[in-house]
Design a protein around this ligand. Structure first.
Ligand SMILES: Nc1nc2c(ncn2[C@@H]2O[C@H](COP(=O)(O)OP(=O)(O)OP(=O)(O)O)[C@@H](O)[C@H]2O)c(=O)[nH]1
Ligand SMILES: [Mg+2]
Length: 363
């Protein structure tokens, strides 16, 4: 049996055209269709539910409070009954006439069968130069990470056999837009992948969801499955925020100390106050940027943000103590001054990050 997943977000206008056409193409093929909708504002789910009333093989999964193409497809696959699991865009861009071929290819040799724009006979249709170039560069970058290499790893039109999917499922990274790429990165190298050419059409109705955010998520995905296995992306972001924080710290120090100066000199108390004040300004800045960027998935609001801010201050204070303790210990044991300071600073950063990840922005 073929289970066809149609992920949708604002495709209410397209479904009434698309679904009857798919039924025609799949006439005689044992199949089910699962629309996975992320609670679209245009009520795609309602249109699909109405159509499902008189179409027994059509099912609707409406996800509330969730967004994401990859995770929608994975959930569709998990709810499916078929031994072959397929996915196709719900905007008419994928040539549904090749669905039976895709299905047959997986039935014949298991693994994957991909509707391909870049294999011989396929085409991207009417893309402008810029989109074509972006797609080619992204494809080249992605290919370097794939265990199984094909000409169009970024296609959203493919099928996989249930056994291969279930085997690879626990390793998938549902972030982002490119579920096929994620499968190609994680399947065993010997997995067979067949490419079937098609020409990419224009959308029937509606707008593309391929936003700048989706493109950044793609780069984050590439990082996650390569260097990110050893150094988490969140840690890198945390360090970047920290680096900007240092600039803020120095600037705040200069501002405050200038204001406290008497003539050309500053008193010891004035200096101390400037350092403490600048430190707190940097802490506030770091907390704010980490909250909206580094830990955006665990972002804190309202009273939780206030509690989180206090925890962040605590973690930073202990981080500073850890930094001091390690530097002082190394220095007193004969380590060169600068090396002791650098290792101490690193200890402080790793301490800060770990504590804040564990207690302030819990996963
Ligand atoms: N469930 C769900 N579906 C989504 C989401 N984002 C996109 N989709 C659907 O996934 C399919 C592909 O999205 P598109 O916006 O067409 O992306 P694209 O085909 O790569 O880009 P275009 O060529 O510009 O259309 C469409 O059927 C969308 O409705 C999402 O967050 N959740
Ligand atoms: Mg599309």
């Amino acid at each position: 049996m073929l289970s066809l997943i149609l992920p949708t977000y604002n495709e209410a206008e397209n479904l009434p055209e698309l679904l009857p056409a798919i039924e025609k193409v799949l006439k005689g093929v044992d199949h089910e269709i699962i629309v996975v909708d992320d609670d679209s504002p245009d009520k795609t789910w309602e249109v699909a539910q109405e159509m499902a009333q008189d179409q027994g093989d059509l099912h609707v999964l409406r996800r509330i409070g969730r967004r994401g193409l990859s995770s929608a497809v994975i959930e569709g696959f998990l709810a499916a009954k078929g031994d072959v699991l397929a996915v196709m865009d719900a905007d008419g861009q994928h040539d549904m006439d090749i669905l039976p071929k895709i299905y047959a290819a997986v039935q014949k040799s298991s693994g994957l069968a991909v509707g391909s724009r870049y294999t011989k006979g396929g085409s991207v249709g009417e893309w402008d130069e810029r989109r074509y170039l972006m797609s080619r560069v992204a494809t080249k970058m992605a290919l370097a990470l794939c265990a199984v290499k094909i000409s169009d790893p970024m296609s959203g039109f493919f099928a996989i056999d249930r056994k291969t999917f279930e085997e690879v499922m626990p390793r998938l990274n549902p972030k982002g837009f490119k579920i096929l790429l994620d499968l190609l990165v994680h399947v065993p190298e010997k997995t067979k992948a067949t490419e079937i050419p098609f020409t990419f059409s224009s959308r029937i109705h509606g707008e593309s969801k391929l936003s700048a955010k989706v493109q950044i998520e793609f780069l984050e995905y590439l990082y996650d499955v390569s260097i990110g296995k050893y150094i988490p992306l969140m840690f890198v972001k945390y360090c970047l925020v920290g680096a900007v924080g240092v600039v803020i710290h120095v600037s705040a120090f200069l501002l405050i100390s200038n204001a406290l100066k008497h003539g050309a000199d500053i008193t010891f108390q004035g200096f101390s106050f400037s350092v403490i004040g600048a430190t707190e300004v940097a802490i506030i800045f770091n907390f704010w940027l980490n909250n909206i960027w580094t830990f955006s998935r665990e972002r804190l609001h309202g009273v939780h943000m206030l509690i989180g801010f206090l925890k962040f201050n605590g973690a930073c204070l202990f981080g500073a103590l850890a930094n001091y303790a390690v530097s002082a210990f190394l220095f007193s044991n004969g380590t060169a001054q600068l090396l002791a300071v650098v290792i101490g600073a690193f200890t402080g950063v790793i301490w800060n990050y770990t504590m804040n990840r564990l207690f302030t922005w819990r996963a």
